[in-house]
Design a protein around this ligand. Sequence first.
Ligand code: ADP
Ligand code: MG
Length: 310
Amino acid sequence: MSTGEFDLIDHAFRKKATFIHRATQLANGDDASVHAIPAGFELVLSTDMSVAGIHWPLDFPLKDAACRAVNAALSDLAAMGAEACWVWCCAALADVAAGEEMGDGVARALKNRAIELAGGDTVHAPINSLSVTVSGIVPEGSAMRRDAACAGDGVWLCGNAGLAAFALQRWQQGSRSGQETSAFQQVRPLLNEGIVLRKAGVRCCIDVSDGLLADAGHLADASGVGIEIETGSVPGFDALCRFLPRDEAAQLALTGGEDYALLFTAAMNLGDELTPLATCIGRCTAGAGVRATLEGRPIELKQQGYDHFA
Ligand code: ADP
Ligand code: MG
């Protein structure tokens, strides 16, 4: 066990994640790190905060929570089609043991990924939290974005929706079986898939974190289009129907959140390269807002997605 702040930083975080990216000029350990951006590329940056009791249950293993927090942050780079290069982790720790566990989780998320832990901050606080900044690179002008959808485009999902929220419900009901709760415990950021989409010419993408309808709404608003989603087509919905009544399954698939799937728009006919990656779940229209149907009939929802201040 380490003693003091600097030992803790070294032992719990820095020594567990030692990969250094080829574009790094000055790595973790100085007042700041220094990175070159390769010619013809742009820097992509995003930051995400995860707090115990809000983003993960208080009795959830901290190692899994930290791994999840890093993976969730990386999902934003996936949505941009970026190559992930660096992360910075700001840990608020209730005690030293929390630092060791969080460091294990951060290292697990970065392992075998060629992503560098470029820095961070570590403080003692009453509540555990992990704030993760991620950065990557993308060829100039090619980042996927929320405002590029056009009426007539298909709406596609890479990944599934609802299973993570269902797994979290199971955890909250007391299930500790890996099988039942793994969709919440193990977030896989779709980094390779995002790069494949971007290279295939996809221009408009968002990652689903707040809930499918809420995030489709962000994309629709930014692009000035309407979106129609057929719930029966959403990957994950059929699996949920094996455990839940259809209306509850629909509610979870559309609003559960925490999916970290990629929602993108593209032609109704995807090329051969993208077809195995994604499922068509709807289309963009000339209107505004998001409408969901189930077997063609409009469905009413109790809520649209997660809102911290609602
Ligand atoms: P400063 O006082 O300059 O803010 P710190 O003493 O907080 O630096 O941190 C020392 C070094 O360790 C810095 O290079 C910082 O980026 C890194 N660091 C601190 N906390 C973490 C962490 N949780 N994960 C990774 N690196 C960290
Ligand atoms: Mg500091």
